[in-house]
Design a protein around this ligand. Sequence first.
Ligand SMILES: C[S@@+](CC[C@H](N)C(=O)[O-])C[C@H]1O[C@@H](n2cnc3c(N)ncnc32)[C@H](O)[C@@H]1O
Length: 287
Amino acid sequence: MSEQPLNPTPAGSHDADVTSDATSDPSAADEAAALRAASFERARRLRMEPRFPGGPAADPAGSHHERRIRSFQPRRSRVTTGQQESLERLWPTWGLDIDGKRVLDLAELFDGLPVVLEIGFGMGEATAQMAADDPGTGILAVDVHTPGQGNLLGLADKAGSTNVRVANGDAVILLREMLAPESLDGLRVYFPDPWPKARHHKRRLIQPEFLDLVAPVLKPGAIVHCATDWEPYAEQMLEVLTAHPRFENTAADGGYAPRPAFRPLTRFEGQGLDKGHVVHDLLFARV
Ligand SMILES: C[S@@+](CC[C@H](N)C(=O)[O-])C[C@H]1O[C@@H](n2cnc3c(N)ncnc32)[C@H](O)[C@@H]1O
């Protein structure tokens, strides 16, 4: 079966990949198919369950089973004791699973603050810094990476920040199923995975179909802020954002923007700079 683009399948329609054995005995084939379906279902349920009591679910919307190309590689990374402690203690208050089943009430979630969505916060150091620097803005921070979720919760807790919510799961499902029209005041995507190999370019997040999902949930005038140290991806970002009818470049010359003072140096940015890469910021307004 060929892979689909980033966003075609609604959450909930996850095909079980059950192929029947070619066998001459139809009842044996049925039994084998039923067994395979049951074991698939068991594995699916296990993957959706939290790794810690009351913690984030491993795959809350069954996104890993959707037949579409994802911008991340599902992986089960090691969680440190400190991150686990933060997840167990703080997830019930500050975390939410992207289950694709409800539309979030952002006003309630953030006590009426304007809300920006950050996709792919990694280990969350920059997110925690921005939250502490600007307590008047709520940050809905999304990632699939469990150690990073624990790390960000711990950092925000240490700083006493109450304006961060950590969302666990695939941002595409969040945008597609869980955000009301014109509910966001901005979108931040800092150093998204560059997927440098040509055969992986389709996994890059910033694409026309992704912008089609983003545009309706942003308020008019809201800023999409992207940054990358991967030159070919920066060029792609500039091209697709410029071509999209619902976004307008805030840079007067139609090119890259100076890095805004509020964006701290991120972990991935530091690694890119160490390799001599040049960093580009892009700021586009939703028209
Ligand atoms: C290269 S890292 C950058 C992390 C951080 N922004 C930084 O600059 O250090 C990209 C992150 O995006 C996350 N990510 C990629 N696609 C995602 C998606 N569709 N939904 C949620 N997180 C995603 C990955 O898990 C990873 O943590």
